[in-house]
Unconditional design. Structure first.
Length: 232
């Protein structure tokens, strides 16, 4: 990983904001990922993120924290938060913004336990592929304190396969439709392609049960997105 994402966050944090990140996927053309959006305040967040933050309790693990916007809000509310990310640049930004406890770490290597585990901005993305969902969910479950909760958001991207007549053109032979290749570039530098998983709520619920997690829908967002709560 070249950490293009982390470098872009660092540029913004250091006052060197000149352009946004460009993303594309295996099923969609180029799109702009606004750097200021990655530094959003509570009032600028979508309602499913606001709801997730409102539900946080006790000690919180912010998985894939990015610039630490969710961690900072919770910390200011008085909660004990640990922010983690595989991006070195992201964690440097968290520290510069005042997140007290942050670490460069893959969530699969986390060992502490928490009352709340937060995964936001398509939190299922880090699972990468459908076959990996139960591995990640089992691990997240092992990081929960008694009566703990996992708050995770994602989207059902089935709408992206809908044609003008309302029919769907998904290829039944090519795996789960939410498994995408994700491409990111910034200032003419390209990140290595990543796998990124969008999971519809029913599939998340189905994958949660064998792992011993109960999965409930908290709220739906404005665009096929939703927030789920997983408990033991
Ligand atoms: C879409 S960004 C979301 C950032 C932040 N949560 C937000 O809402 O602004 C996903 C983040 O997850 C991080 N990430 C991806 N896989 C991870 C893993 N296995 N463990 C920890 N962080 C991971 C990426 O580096 C990136 O910062």
């Amino acid at each position: 990983m070249k950490d293009i994402f982390g470098n872009a966050l660092l540029d913004y944090q250091n006052g060197n904001y000149t352009e946004d990140i460009i993303t594309s996927t295996s099923i969609s053309d180029e799109d702009v990922l606004s750097l200021p959006y990655l530094f959003r305040t509570y009032s600028e967040m979508p309602k499913i993120e606001q709801k997730a933050l409102d539900l946080c309790k006790g000690s919180v693990l912010d998985v894939g924290c990015g610039s630490g916007s969710h961690s900072l809000y919770l910390q200011e509310k008085g909660l004990k938060v640990k922010a983690l990310d595989i991006s070195k640049g992201a964690i440097e930004v968290c520290k510069k913004r005042g997140v007290l406890h942050s670490e460069i770490l893959n969530v699969l290597n986390e060992t502490e336990t928490f009352d709340t585990i937060l995964l936001l901005m398509n939190g299922t993305g880090i699972f990468q592929e459908l076959v990996q969902v139960s591995k990640y969910l089992s691990h997240l479950k092992s990081l929960l304190k008694p009566h703990g909760q996992i708050l995770i958001d994602s989207s059902d991207i089935k709408y992206m396969f809908e044609d003008e007549d309302g029919g769907f053109w998904m290829d039944a032979n090519s795996g789960y439709y939410g498994e995408l290749d994700y491409f990111l570039s910034y200032k003419n530098k390209k990140e290595a392609p990543m796998k990124w998983l969008y999971l519809d709520f029913d599939t998340l619920k189905l994958a949660s049960e064998p792992v011993g997690l109960s999965c409930e829908l908290v709220i739906e967002g404005n665009h096929f997105d939703y927030l789920a709560i997983l408990t033991v």
